[in-house]
Ligand binder design. Structure first.
Ligand code: AMP
Length: 126
């Protein structure tokens, strides 16, 4: 898949918007006022969960410029909560956000990846 152009306006028909509206299924891990967390459909690690904000934000850039402080704090707290629900806090885990072209972001709704369940070494592939 091609990376998205993060300058485009929010697309209400993107796959994560449709999951948020309940139009597409997901394997839900957690949901609260600020975020929804669900298993990635194509896991890259034994545990691979995505956390998305409830608001209409294309990217990390969009979110950190436009979201209210309460939304940003609530989202970050949800990410922490999800790592504890997954019992990753003791063995540890890795968080990742891809942004725009160089980040190779493929879905135009901000999502944070949680990877766990094995030892990670190299910070960045190739
Ligand atoms: P990124 O490259 O950061 O945009 O990652 C997009 C991620 O979304 C990939 O890891 C995909 O496997 C995942 N993904 C795409 N569609 C779905 C879906 N319907 N349910 C769960 N994960 C998905």
């Amino acid at each position: 898949m091609m990376p998205i152009d993060p300058r485009l306006p929010y697309d209400d028909n993107n796959v994560f918007a449709r999951i948020l509206r309940g139009e597409l299924p997901c394997k839900k891990v957690h949901e609260d006022e600020f975020a929804l967390a669900f298993h990635d459909i194509n896991p890259q690690a034994p545990v691979h969960v995505l956390v998305i904000p409830k608001g209409r934000y294309v990217s990390w850039d969009d979110f950190t410029r436009l979201a209210a402080g309460e939304e940003i704090a609530g989202f970050m707290r949800s990410v922490g909560e999800v790592t504890r629900i997954l019992e990753l806090d003791q063995p540890g885990y890795r968080l990742l956000v891809n942004m725009g072209g160089h980040g190779h972001q493929e879905v135009p709704h901000l999502h944070l990846h949680i990877f766990g369940g094995r030892q990670f070494y190299h910070m960045v592939a190739d």
